[in-house]
Design a protein around this ligand. Structure first.
Ligand code: TYD
Length: 202
């Protein structure tokens, strides 16, 4: 896993559904642009072909099929890298990806799929320069989703396992962990400060 990169920087934003990833990733991109950086927001699952297939599968499947899903997410990521991430890294952009490889390790890993196999099928994906984890209890994340449970990805028991997996990965891989319960603006300031401090040394 983790082939070498490139000119730009890749920042992955990870967390449970309802953790505020999308809001914080967008605010980070805006703030970086204001500072004069070329910055680009993108997300997984993508809007490309395999991304559509994933949404179709999640909407229709009666049962989860973690290995099949892991393969779909990896294929989607391959296209994501080819069409969006790599071209921008080559041009020197700071690419902020709302979910990336660690979503597969956390979600499919929490479904019982071997972490080593998940890493193997994602061998083509460069390691992010920085990974930000927005951590919060699943109960709170669920409240933000207005109590709506979408598919098994979002059941409380499963979300607890995903959170545990994220926290384990955070330790092993040195993520920057943030308290997702903090108000949006406070959290944004903390994230921007931490990212700015590290950018020069990446
Ligand atoms: P999400 O970004 O939360 O989309 P939405 O806009 O529907 O909230 O992603 C959809 C789901 O896909 C989310 O529950 C996490 C899951 N997922 C995985 O299980 N593995 C992966 O590799 C990725 C990228 C996402």
């Amino acid at each position: 896993m983790w082939p070498a990169m490139r000119k730009g920087k890749l920042i992955a934003v990870e967390g449970l559904d309802g953790s505020g990833k999308t809001t914080q990733a967008c605010l980070l991109v805006e703030a970086l642009r204001k500072e004069g950086f070329k910055a680009y927001y993108t997300c997984e699952p993508t809007q490309w072909r395999v991304g559509d297939l994933i949404r179709l599968h999640v909407a229709k499947a009666k049962r989860r099929a973690p290995v099949y899903e892991a393969l779909l997410f990896a294929a989607d990521r391959y296209e994501h890298l080819a069409r969006e991430i790599r071209p921008r890294l080559r041009k020197g952009y700071i690419v902020v990806s709302d979910r990336y490889v660690y979503s597969s390790l956390a979600y499919q890993g929490a479904s019982g799929v071997s972490l080593q196999w998940l890493r193997n099928i994602n061998f083509f994906a460069p390691k992010p320069d920085l990974t930000l984890l927005l951590d919060l209890p699943p109960e709170e994340a669920l409240k933000r989703k207005k109590g709506k449970l979408k598919a098994t990805f979002e059941s409380l028991t499963f979300q607890r396992k995903v959170r545990k997996m994220y926290l384990r990965l955070a330790e092993e891989e040195g993520f920057l962990v943030f308290d997702g319960l903090k108000p949006v603006e406070t959290l944004h300031r903390e994230i921007f400060k931490a990212v700015s401090e590290r950018l020069s040394s990446l």
